[in-house]
Write a protein that binds this ligand. Structure first.
Ligand code: ZN
Length: 456
């Protein structure tokens, strides 16, 4: 029995079990192709290829069906089809259940089932060996009809998406460098694919807010004062001159800091619950308490295994962190921990949730800032108007939020009608945000009670 082993080093966004199965199929069909081309085998016999992946079986049996523009692993599927067609042999793909030896003795399995078990073991052993030896191959194969490379990466699926993503990354890299948010060197070290995944979970208006925040064009007073002559460029909560986007998470207003700490507490609880290194949780706690004034390298100086991560945090800085732009060092550490603990949680979902928590730190401050701005409006009103507005606030605290909040969209700057018709995940996110809004309203109540006693 002959064996062929191959180990491809695949880009993170392309690697999958499906690609692994397809590589096996491409190798198998190469053997058939070589036999017919070199040995001149001509046969009317139907050759059976067994595979435990239904996607591969389907494609192997439909070699003339056009592939869609967005077809995943299109490079290997094209090669698989060509191998079968060029061989001119009659090939049938058959499905075999994988890992059957988990519950059944190997000797009781059929030959295809036994071969499948053996192939899986060979693949696993070879993968580990080649990773240890660092002798992996790139994602190119002989006889590919076409290979297209973009920024040193081979396109394996949708050309349109690849060009769109690459162009977007180039534009973003230039913008972030020009605005001194992220240096070009560090740009590729940010886990952008998880930022995309996190953004995809948000309602449209939240994504708009993130874009405004990142680009420095949200509705804070630095920008508003440029277009409205009656707006003064200062923070409505603490009076700090020049209310820029970076002030959002640095505001010294005690109530805002309280809200920030509540957000941090939630983040730290989540990190602990999801099995994060307890030293990292402690370092984060100390770091967040310093509001961007401390260096993570110093905070984590007692933990040598965290030095690379700490350097990465400091290089990217506070603003990147509180807007969900994290580096891969933390993800590498967490991925190892999840594997060691045999956790069912995948690093992809962990990273996405972490980014959502981090973005929440900034967004809750944005909500609170809106409330502070609203208080200023209240202070300029007559007593009866003031009472009427406070009655409204009282109702808000007592009434079902879904019935009332659409009337107060400007407070949260979110299109609640759109949110109401969106997915459950969107609504859950909105409910989490409501906690902050209620905290803000409690702050308004406290201010009005104080003012009332002075007036009285
Ligand atoms: Zn402030």
């Amino acid at each position: 029995m002959a064996q062929i082993q191959f180990c491809e080093r695949t880009e993170k966004d392309v690697a999958s079990n499906y690609r692994g199965e397809l590589i096996g199929s491409v190798i198998a069909t190469f053997v058939l192709r070589a036999l017919t081309e070199l040995a001149g085998i001509k046969s009317t016999h139907t050759y059976e290829i067994f595979c435990d992946n239904m996607g591969v079986v389907r494609h192997g049996n439909n070699v003339y069906r056009p592939l869609s523009e967005s077809q995943a692993q299109a490079d290997l599927l094209t090669l698989l089809r060509r191998n079968i067609l060029v061989s001119k042999l009659k090939v049938t793909y058959l499905h075999v259940y994988g890992h059957l030896d988990d519950n059944t003795s190997f000797s009781k399995l059929s030959l295809p089932q036994q071969l499948n078990v053996m192939a899986d073991k060979l693949a696993r052993d070879h993968l580990l060996e080649q990773v240890a030896l660092r002798t992996t191959w790139g994602s190119t194969y002989p006889h590919e009809p076409v290979r297209i490379w973009l920024s040193q990466k081979k396109i394996t699926s949708s050309f349109r998406q690849a060009i769109y993503t690459d162009w977007g990354a180039q534009v973003a890299m230039r913008l972030f460098a020009r605005r001194r948010i992220v240096h070009r060197y560090w740009f590729p070290r940010i886990a952008w694919e998880f930022v995309s995944r996190a953004m995809a979970r948000y309602p449209q208006m939240f994504r708009v807010w993130v874009t405004k925040q990142v680009s420095g064009f949200n509705g804070l007073n630095r920008q508003l004062s440029r277009i409205q002559s009656d707006v003064v460029n200062e923070c409505p909560c603490c009076g700090h001159k020049d209310e820029s986007t970076s002030h959002l998470t640095r505001c010294t207003n005690p109530s805002r800091r309280k809200v920030f700490q509540q957000s941090v507490d939630k983040l730290l609880d989540w990190l602990e619950d999801t099995g994060c290194d307890v030293r990292i949780v402690e370092c984060f706690e100390a770091y967040f308490l310093q509001y961007g004034e401390a260096a993570m390298v110093e905070i984590a100086s007692d933990h040598p295994h965290l030095s690379r991560w700490a350097m990465e945090v400091d290089t990217l800085g506070w603003d990147n962190l509180v807007e969900g732009r994290i580096g891969y060092e933390l993800l590498d550490i967490q991925a190892r921990l999840l594997t060691e603990k045999g956790s069912s949680r995948h690093i992809k979902s962990w990273a996405t949730e972490l980014i959502q928590h981090l973005l929440g730190l900034s967004h809750r401050q944005w909500i609170y800032q809106n409330a502070c701005t609203h208080i200023r409006v209240l202070e300029g009103k007559s007593e009866s108007e003031h009472d009427s507005i406070m009655e409204q606030v009282g109702k808000l605290l007592l009434t079902d939020p879904e019935m009332l909040l659409p009337q107060h969209r400007r407070l949260l700057d979110i299109d609640f009608e759109q949110l109401g018709s969106g997915t459950t995940a969107n609504r859950q996110y909105w409910l989490a945000e409501l906690e902050s809004a209620i905290s803000a309203f409690q702050h308004i109540n406290a201010r009005v009670i104080t003012n009332g006693s002075i007036n009285g």
